[in-house]
Write a protein that binds this ligand. Structure first.
Ligand code: GLV
Ligand code: MN
Ligand code: MN
Length: 408
């Protein structure tokens, strides 16, 4: 039996592992991530899987097929969260996948392929600014340079991994080869309003929008807020404000484009001091790579122009970018059949949010199943789903797994 009640309870249980009292924040390689991983590894073993924490901090589990060592259908999602997050973004996909395997193992069923379930340690990129760390390690595209990225406290990822008990030099061993993974399938909440507006519990994803992440730093001159006349100032924060509005207006030029400045830090950060240095991030996404690349070029050129006009020094770093990832037609077809066989209309839709499948696309064809969420709200404590929709998602994923076949 698939138990949606148990899925919901497990999402609640994971949400208790948070650095934020009364809310949910769980970042990569934190004590809360360790506690969550221990719970998930326990559930994986209970479901009849071999499970371990790998060298990048993913919970990685395997359920053998009709013979040991067969290539796998990989299922998964992430276990880290944004700050003040909801409890379903990522976690629902991992827990539902475990539930599906549990049903197979309790019926003693083995399929003509193995199943691997991975709870990725980092997808959101909150701690080190660079995202999809767990899934890129599995896809063999982990960038060694990320080990030098530092968190807000100045700690390098390499050091954080060691403190967590993970050997950074073993990350390459996490990589899977092409052929070992037949396909990657991820169940995730929609994080948007389309399914709810059409009265549908689930939808089949067609593609994941590409993204770019940048960090801009503007340097002017700190000074006394009371004594420096306005015309002699080089205020980095006022300059950043102008840049942010310019980025917003560029992102508004196309209905398919979105742009966000989600983090800003002003130094020295006192009410009576002119800000001498400001750092802000820029996140741009689009369903077409050319549209995103063109927007980034225009934003960077505006940031440089505004800085020059205000006599500010400026550096813009490209933190990360990912092109659009298409879901494979043969997998969308099979997922669509699973949706239809449960009596739901098959709604295909793109994903505006990023997902681990973007990284897995380097070694396997991918597909995704979206589950309706209330008001389309996500990356917020208001994120919510119903138990009935969790059940619909679980049964569709289960049927998809059961009927999964490679194309002829
Ligand atoms: C991850 O949730 C992202 O889309 O940023
Ligand atoms: Mn997210
Ligand atoms: Mn997510």
């Amino acid at each position: 039996m698939l138990s949606a009640e148990r899925i919901m309870q497990r999402c609640d249980a994971l949400a208790r592992h948070s650095e934020l009292a009364g809310g949910l924040t769980r970042v990569f390689l934190s004590p809360q991530a360790r506690a969550a991983a221990e719970l998930v590894l326990g559930w994986m073993r209970e479901a009849g899987m071999q499970a371990k924490l790998d060298a990048i901090g993913n919970c990685a589990a395997r359920y053998e097929g009709q013979r040991p060592g067969l290539p796998c259908l990989m299922l998964g999602s992430h276990l880290d969260t944004v700050r003040d997050a909801g409890r379903y973004d990522g976690m629902l996909g991992v827990i539902t996948a475990i539930e599906c395997v549990s049903r197979l193992s309790s019926a003693n069923r083995r399929l003509p392929f193995a199943i691997e379930v991975i709870g990725f340690g980092d997808e959101e990129g909150v701690r080190f600014g660079t995202t999809l760390l767990g899934s890129r390690a599995v896809a063999g595209t982990f960038d060694e340079k990320s080990l030098e990225a530092r968190d807000q406290d100045g700690k390098a990822m390499r050091e954080a991994l060691r403190e967590f008990g993970l050997p950074p030099e073993r990350i390459p061993e996490v990589a899977r080869k092409k052929g070992e993974v037949l396909a990657y399938a991820e169940l995730h909440i929609e994080q948007g309003p389309v399914l709810e507006s059409e009265g549908l519990p689930v939808g089949v994803v067609t593609a994941i929008n590409g993204f770019s992440r940048l960090r801009a730093t503007l340097r002017g001159a700190a000074g006394h807020a009371g004594t420096v006349p306005m015309n002699l100032r080089r205020d980095a924060l006022a300059g950043a404000a102008e840049c942010i509005l310019a980025a917003e207006s560029i992102a508004r030029t196309d209905a398919e484009l979105v742009g966000t400045v989600g983090r800003i830090e002003a130094k020295p950060g006192a009410i009576n001091v002119i800000p001498g240095e400001v750092m802000f991030t820029i996140d741009v996404r689009a369903p077409k790579d050319s549209l995103r690349e063109d927007a980034i070029a225009r934003i960077v050129s505006q940031v440089r122009k505004i800085s020059a006009e205000r006599r500010l020094e400026c550096t813009v770093e490209n933190l990360q970018e990912f092109g659009v990832t298409a879901c494979a037609p043969w997998l969308m077809e099979q997922m669509g059949r699973a949706v239809a066989s449960r009596g739901f209309r098959v709604r295909r839709l793109p994903s505006g949010a990023g997902h681990d499948g973007m990284a897995l696309g380097a070694i396997a064809d991918i597909c995704m199943l979206f589950v309706r969420c209330k008001g389309g709200v996500s990356h917020s404590p208001l994120e919510s789903i119903t138990e009935a929709d969790a059940a619909a998602g679980a049964t569709v994923l289960h049927d998809f797994i059961e009927h999964f076949r490679l194309p002829a």
